[in-house]
Design a protein around this ligand. Structure first.
Ligand code: ACO
Length: 401
């Protein structure tokens, strides 16, 4: 198909495709996904190999710039990010003004948008160099916002961590360092977080990524586009599923651990309950990320010496679903978020922070999609509709209605 030629085509027939189930919104060279075969690749590299051999920053570089970095390229990238890993002191005041009960996703989305005010040069970016500067800025500042959002939930004083550490190591330190205590890195946690972030790093034109691209297509700045993406990710049918999964598993445990009862509720069309963490718009066989995460959950909890009854309930539900006609017929399998919450919980991350952790992982994906969209000079996103409202009718004065 000559996509460029299609750009000039407007008018004529309007197709309607609720939920865009069969509509491609763009050409993209970033992520390849085959839902039938359960294949996921970033820039041609399989997710299994990347999760095993790469670290998160390397994957971020790969997604954004298209190739795995050399050591020198990675060092330069990291040191450019570190130069921007501080936020204006007034951002602290904004964070302080939120009630302690504010949902961390709302806080993160607001702070990300607020960063625009303190980094005005990141708004009107056209050249590759301007884009690069905006990208390293947000890659530096975003982990600070994530860590501080969690510290606020936990009532801990804000901390900048240690810039001599690796990207993921420093995120952990910023999140977990206790006041007046030496912080010791736990390699198990570093490895687990690296894996989780890599597995979440991109997933082609999902709800939040499409949001980032469409907001960015109006040439709103990168930070504003990302803030919109964070809001899109928040919902329980998308990234918010990881929080919803854990809340569901806890509810099942509190209710005596009767997984069959909840399987029944999920199948009952009169009951709004859905088995959270099951089903996916694109994967209709298995989610390759869920396979990797399930093993990682076992490893991490084992290494940390945690025996979590929630993990057993999760495994039980998975087994039942695999042997249940309703789930088999509709090709509903555990997705990436079915097991991620169990790992985050083992790491000591509060449940309401889970979707924030997803956003942290998805950041390079959103950035790469935004950059690709801008470099390809894509037109503003503007879907049409099929109008089903009233025909033309005369105005009725207020005293006659
Ligand atoms: N539990 C029970 N039934 C389900 C579930 C579920 N989790 N998911 C889908 N179904 C059923 C639907 O009721 C529908 O049944 P029907 O054909 O009898 O009407 C059928 O399966 C198809 O479901 P749709 O909602 O049409 O599928 P869609 O592709 O629109 O939705 C989605 C995909 C949103 C992921 C859905 O499966 C869901 O709500 N899952 C639970 C939430 C979740 O885990 N979201 C995270 C997705 S992964 C991510 O964003 C990282």
């Amino acid at each position: 198909i000559d996509i460029k030629a299609l750009r000039g085509v407007t008018g004529g027939v309007t197709t309607i495709d609720p939920g865009y189930k069969n509509t491609g919104s763009c050409e993209s060279g970033i992520t390849f996904l085959d839902g039938e075969k359960g294949i996921l690749r970033y820039r041609g590299y399989s997710i299994e190999e990347l999760a095993e051999k790469a670290d998160f920053l390397e994957v971020a570089y790969l997604l954004i710039f298209g190739e795995l970095p050399t050591t020198e390229q990675l060092d330069t990238f990291h040191s450019d990010i570190k130069k921007h890993a501080v936020v204006d002191d007034d951002v602290k005041k904004i964070l302080d003004a939120f009630p302690k009960t504010a949902h961390p996703m709302g806080v993160l989305s607001s702070l990300t948008s607020a960063l625009t005010a303190f980094n005005p040069t990141s708004v009107n970016v056209d050249s590759e160099e301007e884009m690069y500067n905006a990208i390293v800025r947000i890659l530096g500042k975003f982990p600070v916002l994530v860590a501080w959002t969690m510290r606020k939930v936990k009532g801990l004083p804000l901390d900048y961590g240690d810039s001599s550490l690796g990207y993921v190591e420093n995120i952990l330190k910023m999140m977990f360092k206790q006041p007046n205590e030496e912080y010791t890195q736990n390699p198990i946690l570093v490895n687990a977080l690296d894996k989780l972030l890599i597995l979440h790093a991109d997933h082609e034109q999902n709800c939040s990524t499409s949001t980032v691209r469409i907001v960015g297509s109006s040439h709103a700045g990168l930070f504003a586009s990302l803030s919109a993406g964070i809001s899109a990710l928040w919902g329980p049918l998308h990234g918010g599923a990881n929080q919803a999964v854990l809340e569901m598993l806890e509810a099942i445990k509190e209710d005596g651990g009767d997984t069959k009862k909840y399987m029944g509720k999920a199948k009952d069309k009169e009951d709004p309950f859905r088995l959270m963490g099951f089903g996916h718009r694109v994967y209709k066989n298995f989610d390759p990320r869920a396979k990797i995460i399930k093993v990682a959950a076992d490893e991490v909890l084992g290494d940390l010496g945690i025996e979590d009854p929630i993990l057993e309930i999760a495994k039980g539900l998975e087994q039942e679903a695999l042997n249940d006609d309703y789930f088999v017929k509709r090709k509903l399998y555990p997705n990436v978020d079915f097991y991620s919450g169990i790992i985050y919980r083992g790491m000591g991350i509060p449940t309401e922070m889970f979707t924030v952790m997803f956003a942290l992982g998805r950041l390079p994906g959103w950035i790469s999609q935004w950059r690709e969209m801008r470099l390809r000079k894509e037109p503003i996103g503007r879907p049409r509709q099929v109008y089903v409202g009233e025909n033309h009718r005369p105005f009725v004065d207020i005293n006659k209605r």
